[in-house]
Design a binder for this molecule. Sequence first.
Ligand SMILES: Nc1ncnc2c1ncn2[C@@H]1O[C@H](COP(=O)(O)OP(=O)(O)OP(=O)(O)O)[C@@H](O)[C@H]1O
Ligand SMILES: [Mg+2]
Length: 365
Amino acid sequence: MTGFPYLRIRSLGKAYRGATALHDFDLDVEQGAFVALLGPSGCGKSTLLQILSGLLEPDRGEIHLAGADITRLPPWRRNIGLVFQNYALFPHLSIRQNVRFGLDMLGIKGKEADARVDEALEMVGLDPALARRPSELSGGQQQRVAIARAIAIRPRLLLLDEPLSNLDAVLRQKVRLELRQLHDRTGITTIMVTHDQAEALATADRVAVMEAGRLLQYEAPQGLYRNPATAFIAGFIGSPAANLLPLVARDTASWTLPGGELWQPDAALTPARNGVAAGAACLMALRPETLALGSLGPGGLPVRIGAIEFTGGDQLVHVEAGQARLTLRLPAGTRVAGPTAWLFPPIQSPLLFDANTGRRLPTPH
Ligand SMILES: Nc1ncnc2c1ncn2[C@@H]1O[C@H](COP(=O)(O)OP(=O)(O)OP(=O)(O)O)[C@@H](O)[C@H]1O
Ligand SMILES: [Mg+2]
């Protein structure tokens, strides 16, 4: 068993009436980890969770949990807790009866069941004596009941499908921290689905990024931010996400911007230094918080200043470089003088991607 991960997903495939929702999906999760499954709507996140919980059968592939093949086990024999995207509480049952439901299925009765219900409700911060029906609860309280129901069975794996999506922005931030704390207290291996990158970065030990049924990258939040594997990932990680500037290598030392303008960057950012042949098209990812504005200097990119949004501690400055639009995040106090300026990208670890494949170009030595 040494070296065998706690949860091991191999070559999982699923199609709905000919339309593929999961392609050859592999994922390993360590025991006790908190993993975020991040991807846009329709990329297969809920499909994966339903297959893991046993509600949906895969067309192919295998799932191992704690060393055993669970691919064909019925849901009630997997001991996996699932919180659905819409909570799916039973409206005609009380809160306690809802939380008790999974225990009944497992044949846990009487005092033991009562104690488990109390424990689960306390863990999610609900009063175990609360005598109400789900319809008499707020969205945040319903979500807690759904989580209590999932953890009452003391699951080997907790699956959360967009658990925060029905909450308002303030509550989301509060509850995501609580979820992480609940995980740290219980040690339950957790997979949380989200399409909110900030939520994934803030809560998870590792983030699995999906696109169109495939796993694109699986990394700790810092690694994902620093080293996105594809332009797609760079283009949605960060607040705001990285700018993707389309560039064509004009010669060894300069780029052509969209619209035909010339940019002669610092030596570290030239086509030659980054192994890009003349005529090749790239995307350069520029993080809004790493860009600076200044007056004419070597390596600067000529830009026109557009709208400025004040966000509190920061300001978002929108600029145009040729026909490309970029956003900078600058401290609120920084004076921005228009109508034109020079933009200076960081010269360490440039993020360049092949414009056709979206793949990261090898970093120069
Ligand atoms: N029961 C179904 N029948 C047919 N197609 C389905 C079914 N369920 C999902 N799909 C399709 O499979 C793909 C993946 O769906 P899934 O629900 O897994 O996406 P998701 O990543 O959870 O999206 P969202 O973020 O919107 O919840 C989508 O194209 C969806 O339309
Ligand atoms: Mg979904």
